[in-house]
Design a protein around this ligand. Structure first.
Ligand code: 3PG
Ligand code: MG
Length: 399
């Protein structure tokens, strides 16, 4: 783990002096909710390791997160339900406010005791957050002594709490961040072969770069969901009114031609008939699932990103559920990612059965596309050792 962070040129929270320090801790507590109730607490539970690590070392935590995409202050995007959940897991004082920055916030931050937590209001109440406004970032930073990014799943966003703040504070990667980078980097560089990548989800647009990067690496890439439809259409299948992306037909054709043995497309599917007389592909069919079952049995590393059916509708979750259950039964290196997929695995009580569950959706796909993530780049730039200070020697560098 240490070696990887050195390779990535980041400092780990493990290397920080934490006692009596005010730590600005960026988490991704953007949890899915329905009717004001949390539908998954996975991301919150994934963040507990870093919180507990900081508390045990007598740091004072100033916790920051966004939730959803509010346009200005909006009580519907309050972190309150999430804080109530946090309180169920931690037995330390947790103070919270709807304000992001104010005199009261500053005073509270200054008076915080060791092993106490102050949670600020939803960062996206303020437009400065998404604008990566440096003045705002500086003010946020001024509340603390050090900054920890444990929000891997937000690190593809160049926002003030992810990028801007690192300009003003010594900046470290949190424990979950380390784990995410370690697991995904391993997938790109050191996975047991054969490697089977299963890519579903609604849109191919979000995944073309990931597919371009993964196709040369993986032994097999199986497609499902809306992502597969553009390929089916490119192959000349009748897909009626199914979701597909016209502008990506050539990309799909090119991939089919270039990787005919690697790409696995659905061979049968469930359809929903529409009032118009047309139909919509809504899930993969039994023959496809049988092929995938064989491929999973054959592979040593299996990664699933995105659902294989229109899973908002319970009738069309069967395919993804079957894939998850088969994956959960193998003892091989299995990884899943994406909010809908992880949410479904959580509902089925299967989360503990995977080798790794990524908190990221977009961030995971971008990492696997080989793209630099702004949040990780910012941590790299802030690593004093890697920037040449102290003779360029990273403290944990052993040779
Ligand atoms: C997510 O859920 O994808 C992350 O929390 C980032 O949120 P965003 O997609 O609204 O930037
Ligand atoms: Mg997102």
């Amino acid at each position: 783990m240490k070696e990887l962070l050195i390779k990535l040129k980041m400092l780990s929270i493990r290397e920080a002096q934490l006692k009596n320090k005010r730590v600005l801790l960026r988490l991704d507590l953007n949890l899915p909710m329905k009717d004001g109730k949390l539908t998954s607490t996975f991301r919150l539970r994934a963040a507990l390791a870093s919180i507990r690590y900081l508390l045990a070392r007598q740091a004072k935590i100033i916790l920051i997160s966004h939730l959803g995409r509010p346009q200005g202050f909006d009580k519907r995007f309050s972190l309150e339900p999430i804080i109530l959940e946090l309180k169920r897991h931690l037995k330390v004082p947790i103070f919270w406010t709807e304000e992001v920055l104010s005199m009261a916030v500053r005073k509270k931050a200054e008076r915080l005791d060791n092993s106490e937590i102050l949670v600020l209001g939803n960062l996206r109440y303020l437009p400065e957050e998404e604008a990566n406004d440096l003045k705002f970032a500086k003010e946020l930073a001024s509340l603390a002594d050090i900054y920890v990014n444990d929000a891997f799943s937000c690190s593809h966003r160049a926002h003030a709490s992810i990028v801007g703040v690192t300009k003003f504070l010594p900046s470290y990667a949190g424990l979950r961040m380390e784990e995410e980078i370690e697991s995904l980097d391993r997938l790109l560089t050191r996975h047991p072969k054969p490697f089977l990548m299963l890519v579903g989800g609604a849109k191919l647009k979000d995944k073309t770069d990931t597919l371009r990067n993964i196709l040369p690496i993986a032994e097999r890439v199986a497609l499902g969901g809306g992502t597969a439809n553009t390929f089916l259409k490119a192959q000349g299948e009748e897909i009626s009114e199914s979701l597909y992306e016209e502008s990506l037909l050539d990309v799909a054709r090119e991939m089919i031609n270039h990787y005919p043995e690697k790409l696995i497309l659905p061979v049968d599917w469930l359809v929903e008939y529409l009032p118009s007389g047309g139909f919509r592909i809504s899930d993969v069919g039994p023959l496809t699932l049988a092929i995938l079952e064989r491929e999973i049995a054959h592979a040593k590393t299996i990664f699933l990103a995105g659902n294989f059916g229109i899973s908002e509708d319970e009738r069309f979750r069967g395919g993804t559920e079957k894939i998850l259950r088969i994956m959960a039964k193998t003892l091989k290196r299995t990884i899943i990612s994406g909010g809908d997929t992880v949410g479904l695995a959580e509902q089925l009580n299967l989360l503990s059965r995977f080798a790794f569950v990524s908190t990221g959706g977009g961030a995971t796909l971008e990492f696997l596309a080989g793209k630099p993530l702004p949040g990780l780049e910012a941590l790299k730039e802030r690593c004093p050792y890697c920037r040449g200070a102290f003779g360029g020697k990273h403290p944990s560098f052993q040779e």
